[in-house]
Design a protein around this ligand. Structure first.
Ligand SMILES: N[C@@H](CCC(=O)N[C@@H](CS)C(=O)NCC(=O)O)C(=O)O
Length: 204
């Protein structure tokens, strides 16, 4: 029986974008469904966290963007996106990129979905510091992780930087020129252009 692979995604999720890009680069035959996560009760049966991205292979569920990307990599006939020679550096870079996304998502929820008088300036400042500190950390490691070969850490960093510009600030680009130049170049690719964030659903 042939497998039906459905990627439940959101219109702006950087985690979902990472998975969609991996699927495109690894030539994974799949269906993408952009859902309003806040109104998608049907997903609870499969993923109790009700998050995007969620992958369904027939009725089997894979949660978390990293597991989904690793799964795509494991079934693809294309070259792996996880370079063997620097596997743990790559995985660590992915975790830092994920951290940027997590802090940017939490910050955005705090400033956009919580009444102004209930917002926590200290929490917002912590999110912002972690994002900017991580970007600087990646800039310092730039020469180690950028190569001609496209890898999962590069895809993750590209999604994290673009999400930072989209939801928080583009100011990071002034103090991190290598990353800025690289992001501009990688953004020209079809896999980045076709996965640009759309219109978000209201947090509820
Ligand atoms: N660790 C997860 C994080 C996924 C995540 O935070 N998704 C957000 C959208 S960007 C979400 O679904 N939020 C809805 C909710 O948690 O209620 C991953 O890597 O996939």
């Amino acid at each position: 029986m042939s497998e039906e692979i459905i990627l439940y995604n959101g219109p702006t999720s950087p985690f979902g974008r990472k998975c969609k890009i991996a699927a495109l680069l690894l030539d994974i035959n799949h269906k993408e469904e952009k859902i309003n996560i806040y109104k998608s009760q049907f997903l609870d049966e499969f993923n109790p966290l009700r998050q995007v991205p969620t992958l369904l292979i027939n009725k089997t569920m894979i949660s978390d963007s990293d597991n989904i990307c690793l799964y795509f990599d494991s079934i693809s006939k294309k070259n792996t996106l996880y370079p063997k020679q620097r596997y743990w550096d790559c995985m660590t870079m992915i975790s830092v990129a994920n951290g940027i996304m997590e802090n940017a998502v939490s910050r955005f929820i705090e400033i956009s979905a919580i009444p102004e008088n209930e917002q926590r300036p200290k929490a917002i400042s912590r999110y912002e510091k972690k994002i900017l500190r991580s970007i600087e950390w990646i800039e310092k490691k730039f020469d180690n992780f950028i190569s001609d070969e496209l890898t999962m850490d590069q895809i993750s960093v590209a999604c994290a930087l673009d999400y930072t510009s989209f939801r928080f600030t583009k100011d990071w680009s002034l103090s991190n020129p290598k990353l800025n130049k690289w992001l501009e170049k990688i953004t020209e690719n079809e896999f980045m252009q076709s996965t640009l964030p759309g219109e978000s659903f209201k947090y509820e």
